[in-house]
Design a protein around this ligand. Structure first.
Ligand SMILES: O=C(O)CCC(=O)C(=O)O
Ligand SMILES: [Fe+2]
Length: 290
C-alpha cells in the first residue's frame, strides 16, 4: 500500500504554506503529520488535564461555534479556563488550515472544537460507536450530502503518551470492497427516519452509502484484522490533519487530545474529483444527492 501518512516539519501554527504536494496528499485521504507542531498548555492550565472534568456520560468537552462550552463538570473558573484553552486551539487549528489550504478559507464552516480527556483504552462502546475499529466518519442523525469533514488533531498528553491510531487503505479501495455489500437506498425509509426525527434532514443516498461503509467496516472482524493498515503512534506534542470522512482510522490508545472539525463543500476542494462524493457517484453511476 502506498504511504498513507505524510510527515511535515512545520513547527509554527501560523507559518504553514500552501504546498501542492501536501494539498494533493490530504485530498487523496492521507494524514498530514506534524511531529514538531506543538500545542502549548500554559502552566496554569495543567490542572485541566483531568478526565473527571467530563460530565456524566460524555466523551468529550466541546466549545460550539457560538462559543458555548458543553460536556464539562466543572466550576465557573474551570469552565472559563477550559473555554480559553479550547478556544486557543481553535484559533491555531484555523490558522494552520488557512495556511495549508488557503482556497478553502472562504468556504469553511466551523464545527465544534473538542477536548478529549478520557483514556481511550478504558472506553467501552457498542460496535457501531466504537472508534477503536477502523472506519470513515459518517453520522446517522446528521446527513451532510457530501460536505467534507476536515479534522485537525493535537496530542496534548503531558506524560509523553502517544495517541495511537491505525490508518487504513485509500477510500476508493474501501468503497470497492463494501459497496457491493451495501443495502440499497430506499427513499421511503429516508423519509420515515426524517419524519420520526431520527435524522435532522432527509438522508440522501450519499449519506446512506457512507453509513453502509462505516458500519460495514466496523462490523467486519476480518476486515479490522486483515485490511491494509498501518499503526501510527502520534507523539505527545504533535499534530495531524486529515479528512476523516475519507481516511479509514481507528484510535487504539492515548489520553488528552484536542480536535477541530471544519466542514467544506466538496466543490471547494482543489480537486473535487477526489472527494468521497465524487468517488461514490462514479462507482454508483448516478447522482447520489439529487
Ligand atoms: O479520538 C481519536 O483519536 C479519534 C476518534 C475518531 O474516530 C474521530 O475523531 O473521528
Ligand atoms: Fe472517526
Amino acid at each position: 500500500m502506498e504511504k498513507q501518512i505524510v510527515e511535515l516539519g512545520l513547527a509554527d501554527w501560523k507559518a504553514a504554506q500552501a504546498d501542492p504536494a501536501s494539498i494533493a496528499a490530504v485530498e487523496a485521504g492521507k494524514v498530514l503529520y506534524f511531529p514538531r507542531l506543538h500545542f502549548t498548555i500554559w502552566p496554569q492550565e495543567a490542572t485541566l488535564l483531568r478526565p473527571d472534568l467530563l460530565a456524566e456520560g460524555k466523551r468529550n468537552i466541546s466549545l460550539d461555534a457560538a462559543g458555548t462550552l458543553k460536556g464539562a463538570a466543572a466550576d465557573a473558573d474551570e469552565q472559563k479556563a477550559l473555554a480559553g484553552l479550547i478556544g486557543r486551539f481553535r484559533a491555531q487549528a484555523q490558522a494552520l488550515v488557512h495556511g495549508l489550504l488557503p482556497d478553502y478559507s472562504p468556504h469553511l464552516r466551523l464545527a465544534p472544537t473538542s477536548f478529549r480527556p478520557a483514556q481511550v483504552e478504558s472506553r467501552a462502546q457498542s460496535w457501531r460507536a466504537d472508534d477503536k475499529r477502523l472506519h470513515v466518519d459518517a453520522f446517522p442523525s446528521r446527513p451532510n450530502r457530501g460536505e467534507r469533514i476536515l479534522r485537525v488533531f493535537a496530542n496534548i498528553n503531558p506524560e509523553g503518551q502517544p495517541r495511537t491510531w491505525r490508518v487504513g487503505e485509500p477510500f476508493e479501495d474501501v468503497a470497492r470492497r463494501f459497496l457491493p455489500r451495501a443495502r440499497p437506498y430506499r427513499r421511503w425509509q429516508a423519509r420515515a427516519l426524517n419524519t420520526l426525527g431520527i435524522t435532522k434532514s432527509l438522508r440522501s443516498e450519499y449519506d446512506h452509502l457512507m453509513l453502509q461503509l462505516h458500519d460495514g467496516m466496523k462490523g467486519d472482524a476480518d476486515y479490522q484484522k486483515n485490511a491494509p493498515q498501518v499503526t501510527m503512534p502520534f507523539a505527545a506534542g504533535s499534530a495531524w490533519v486529515c479528512f476523516s470522512d475519507q481516511t479509514p482510522h481507528a484510535v487504539m490508545g492515548g489520553q488528552f487530545m484536542m480536535e477541530q472539525t471544519l466542514h467544506l463543500p466538496p466543490e471547494a476542494q482543489y480537486n473535487p474529483a477526489s472527494s468521497p462524493l465524487a468517488i461514490l457517484t462514479r462507482l454508483a453511476g448516478h447522482s447520489l444527492i439529487p
